[in-house]
Design a protein around this ligand. Structure first.
Ligand code: NAD
Length: 492
C-alpha cells in the first residue's frame, strides 16, 4: 500500500517520488510506504488551498458545519476500523485507540455546533446613531503540523475549527503515523468537501514542515510536537511574520497528599503514567507524595503494577503497548541510566521487555523510581515513556513548588479530601490543565487544551479557544447619522 498526497480533492500520482516504510511498532512489520514529499508538492497543495479558500469562506458557516456533521458520522461508522489502524501504526492499546477516535468524533460534532455560533460582540458606540460590532473572520490558508502520539485527535482539534471558521488547510502529519491521515483524507473525500479545502502532504519536518512555514500564502501555523521542534517552528515562523500556535512538551505531576484516597490515587497514577506507554503529552511522569504516605503509596503502586501486561495493543487484555520506535526505546533507556547515576532508587522495571514475541517490537517495562531529587534530570526532563519518579515533600506548599519547578506547564493533578488544599492547589499550580482526584490525563474536547511556560506560546487547541487561532477579529462600525462623527472628539 502506497500513501500519496491528497491535494485539490485528488490523490497524487507517484511521479517518481521517494517513499519510506511505515512500521508497526508492535512487531516491526511494514504496514505501508509513505511519500517523502518535496517543496514543490507543498507549493501545489498551498495553491489548491488558496484557490478554494475564497469560495469556502463564502459558504455560510452553518453549511460548512454540515460537512463536519457528515465527517463525524463517517468517523463514527468507521470507528472500529480507524481504531485498529491507529493501534497498528502507533502502538497504543485498542481501548485507548477507540477513545482517541471518539475524541475526533466529539470534536467534529462540537465544532459543527460552532457553525451556528462563531460568536462575536455587539457593543454600544460612544456616538449617536452608530452601530459597533466585532466578527470572527477567516484567515486564509492554514498549515497544520502534528505529532505521532495522537495522530487523529490532535489533527481534528486543529482542522475542524479551521474549517468551520472558513479557512482551508494543508496538513503535514508525523512521518511515523501517516496512515491515520490517509484514512482521514478518505473521509474528507467521502464527505464531499470541495476540492482544495482539505489537503494532506506527507513527508519530513525538515522538508515539508519547513516549506509550509516559509510559504508566503500560509498565514497560520498550528503545531503540536516537542519543545525543541516548536522553538524552531516559532523562530522560522517569526521571521516570516506568521501567526504560530505551539503545543509542546510536558513534565506532568500527580500530587498525593497525606489525606488522599490512596487506592484512587494509585488508579489515577497507573492510568496516566503507563497509558499509551507514557507517550501522552499529559502523561504523569512525576508523583509528588507527602512524606507520611510515601511508603504506603510505593507499596500499593508496586502491587498494582504487577497487573500491567505488556504486548501488542490489538490484544484486548494488554495494558501497555510498544513505544513508537527504536530511538524512543534508546532514549528511555538512557534516562533510566541517568536516574541511577543521579542516585534515584529503581523500585520496578527499568528494562527493555524482550520475552517471547516482544523482542520483535519496541517494548519497555513500566518503571518506578523513588527518592528522586526534584531538581535532577530524571525529574525535570521529558522522557516520553512509561517511567515515573516519586519525589517526597513535607507539605502542600512544597508540593506546589516542586510541581512548578519544571520548565513545562501542561497538566497537574492533586489527590486530597481537603477542600482548602484543593482550592489552593488549583489556583497555584502553574499548568494549563489541573485535575482534582484524577490523574493528569483525560481532557475533554470542549475545554481549552494547552499549557504554560515551555509547553506553549499562549494559544490553545480544542474548546472554543481554538477558534482564536484560526480567526481574526474584525471590528465593524456602521454610522447611520448621515454626518461625519469623530470618535473621542465629537463628544457633545
Ligand atoms: P516532533 O517535534 O519530533 O514532531 C512533531 C511534528 O513536527 C512532526 O510532524 C514532525 O515531522 C514535524 N517537524 C519536525 N521537525 C520539523 C521542522 N524543523 N519544521 C517543521 N516541522 C517539523 O514531536 P513528536 O516526537 O512527533 O511528538 C512528541 C512530542 O509532542 C512530545 O514532546 C509531546 O509532549 C509533544 N506533544 C504535545 C502535545 C500538546 O498538546 N502539548 C500533544 C501531543 C504531543
Amino acid at each position: 500500500m502506497k500513501l500519496n498526497n491528497f491535494i485539490n480533492g485528488a490523490w497524487q500520482e507517484d511521479n517518481g517520488a521517494d517513499f519510506a516504510p511505515v512500521l508497526n511498532p508492535a512487531n516491526g512489520q511494514e504496514l505501508a510506504k509513505v511519500r517523502l514529499s518535496t517543496k514543490e508538492d507543498v507549493d501545489g497543495a498551498v495553491a489548491a488551498a488558496k484557490s478554494a479558500q475564497r469560495q469556502w469562506a463564502l459558504v455560510p458557516a452553518p453549511k460548512r458545519a454540515d460537512y463536519l456533521y457528515e465527517i463525524g458520522r463517517l468517523m463514527k461508522e468507521k470507528k472500529e476500523h480507524l481504531s485498529r489502524v491507529l493501534t497498528k501504526e502507533m502502538g497504543k492499546v485498542i481501548e485507548e485507540a477507540r477513545g482517541e477516535v471518539q475524541e475526533g468524533i466529539d470534536m467534529a460534532y462540537y465544532m459543527a455546533g460552532e457553525g451556528r455560533r462563531l460568536v462575536g460582540e455587539t457593543v454600544p458606540s460612544e456616538l449617536q446613531n452608530k452601530f459597533a460590532m466585532s466578527v470572527r473572520a477567516p484567515i486564509g490558508v492554514v498549515g497544520l503540523i502534528t505529532p505521532w502520539n495522537f495522530p487523529v485527535a490532535i489533527a481534528t482539534w486543529k482542522s475542524f475549527p479551521a474549517l468551520v471558521a472558513g479557512n482551508t488547510f494543508v496538513w503535514k502529519p508525523a512521518s511515523e503515523t501517516p496512515m491515520m491521515a490517509y484514512e482521514m483524507a478518505l473521509i474528507f473525500e467521502e464527505a464531499g468537501l470541495p476540492a482544495g479545502v482539505a489537503n494532506i502532504v506527507f513527508g519530513t519536518g525538515a522538508e515539508v514542515g519547513t516549506a509550509l512555514i516559509e510559504h508566503p500564502d500560509v498565514r497560520v501555523i498550528s503545531f503540536t510536537g516537542s519543545t525543541e521542534t516548536g522553538r524552531r517552528v516559532a523562530e522560522l515562523g517569526g521571521r516570516h511574520l506568521k501567526k504560530v500556535s505551539l503545543e509542546m512538551g510536558g513534565k506532568n505531576a500527580v500530587i498525593v497528599m497525606d489525606d488522599a484516597d490512596l487506592e484512587l490515587a494509585v488508579e489515577g497514577i497507573l492510568w496516566s503514567a503507563f497509558g499509551t506507554a507514557g507517550q501522552r503529552c499529559t502523561a504523569c511522569s512525576r508523583v509528588i507524595v507527602h512524606k507520611d504516605v510515601k511508603e504506603e503509596l510505593e507499596q500499593k503502586l508496586l502491587a498494582s503494577m504487577e497487573g500491567l501486561t505488556i504486548g501488542d495493543g490489538l490484544d484486548e487484555t494488554v495494558k501497555i503497548g510498544p513505544v513508537i520506535n527504536r530511538q524512543a526505546l534508546e532514549k528511555i533507556t538512557r534516562y533510566i541510566a541517568i536516574g541511577q547515576e543521579e542516585g534515584a532508587k529503581l523500585l520496578a522495571g527499568g528494562k527493555v521487555a524482550v520475552e517471547g514475541d516482544l523482542s520483535e517490537g519496541h517494548y519497555m517495562e513500566p518503571t518506578l523510581f523513588t527518592d528522586v531529587k526534584w531538581d535532577s534530570r530524571l525529574a525535570q526532563e521529558e522522557i516520553f515513556g512509561p517511567v515515573v519518579s516519586l519525589i517526597t515533600v513535607a507539605d502542600l506548599d512544597e508540593a506546589i513548588e516542586v510541581n512548578n519547578s519544571v520548565k513545562y506547564g501542561l497538566s497537574s493533578s492533586i489527590f486530597s479530601q481537603d477542600v482548602n488544599k484543593i482550592f489552593r492547589a488549583q489556583r497555584d499550580l502553574d499548568t494549563g490543565i489541573v485535575y482534582v482526584n484524577a490523574g493528569t490525563t483525560g481532557a475533554e474536547i470542549h475545554l481549552p487544551f494547552g499549557g504554560t511556560k515551555g509547553t506553549g506560546n499562549g494559544h490553545r487547541d480544542s474548546g472554543v479557544a481554538a477558534l482564536d487561532v484560526f480567526t481574526e477579529w474584525k471590528s465593524v462600525y456602521v454610522d447611520f447619522s448621515g454626518k461625519l462623527q469623530r470618535a473621542q472628539i465629537d463628544t457633545e
